[in-house]
Design a protein around this ligand. Structure first.
Ligand code: URA
Length: 271
């Protein structure tokens, strides 16, 4: 039954129908549209007499609709969170983002909050949506191998070797489409508060979306490898591991960036 479908499955069913060439929604029973338009015309002809508005009603102004303020609400909810748990709860209660209703999971974080390195990715994909953890699909497995090459891991228990991982968006966009600017804008206050609460030594911005959100700039090919400052912290833009899977030749630059990250961590240890 259609009403038993989850939003996720309903979206998948709709995708399937669109892929099969369906371009119009129709019902089970035939509709006589000629009869409908005749009835509508008749209704319209009667309308002026019925709709005559009394003078007293004209004088009352219609109620002013309260304008939704997703960014303002996000700022208030994020700044009110005093722990990672309460930030996750605030995100779960945030209702302005449509993505929430099509996703299975709120993907908040993985790794160790005491880590010196915080990685900010783009958005969950299918695997992340299913498991509720960031970077667990193929790109995530490559990310784990890249981190291991410089002695870092999301499972490490000591802060020196640990990483903490989150995304700009906590909900999977349909068909993994790019996040829209308004989605980024309304979720950014949560990411900023997330960074404040984790308080890492360094940020790694994985890919264009992360750079667009945190630096206000795109063009990862030029940005990568160049340290910037975000929320008072050193931030290193890097190629996204999903990009590296599609463009293995770019792994050479990614390796150079990993070495730069390792060197910066080492320098930070010195008094
Ligand atoms: N890509 C991302 O940017 N984040 C994830 O969690 C998974 C894939």
């Amino acid at each position: 039954m259609v009403q038993d479908l989850s939003p996720y499955d309903a979206l998948a069913a709709l995708d399937f129908q669109i892929a099969m060439g369906a371009d119009m929604a129709i019902g089970e029973d035939p509709l006589d549209r000629y009869a409908l338009s005749a009835a509508a015309a008749e209704q319209k002809a009667k309308a002026p007499a019925q709709a005559a508005t009394p003078e007293s009603a004209k004088a009352t102004p219609p109620p002013v609709p309260i304008k939704a303020d997703p960014i303002g609400d996000a700022r208030a909810m994020a700044s009110g969170a005093s722990s990672l748990e309460s930030l996750a709860a605030a995100l779960a209660a945030f209702d302005h983002c449509e993505l929430k209703h099509g996703a299975r999971s709120l993907v908040f974080c993985d790794g160790r909050p005491q880590a010196r390195v915080m990685i900010i990715g783009e958005a969950p994909g299918r695997d992340e949506d299913i498991q509720g953890r960031p970077f667990v699909g193929r790109a995530g497995q490559l990310l784990d191998r890249m981190l291991a090459a410089i002695g870092l891991s999301r499972e490490a228990t000591d802060a020196e070797a640990a990483v903490y991982i989150t995304n700009i968006l906590p909900w999977r966009p349909p068909q993994n489409r790019d996040p829209k600017p308004e989605e980024i804008a309304m979720l950014k206050p949560f990411v900023e508060r997330h960074v404040e609460l984790v308080s890492p030594d360094l940020l790694v911005l994985m890919g264009n979306i992360s750079c667009q959100a945190m630096l206000g700039r795109r063009g990862i090919t030029r940005l990568r490898g160049n340290w910037s400052e975000v929320l008072g912290l050193p931030a290193l833009p890097m190629f996204h591991p999903a990009y590296l899977l599609r463009n293995p030749a770019a792994k050479r630059e990614a390796w150079a960036d990993l070495l730069a990250l390792k060197a910066r961590l080492k320098r930070g240890e010195q008094p």
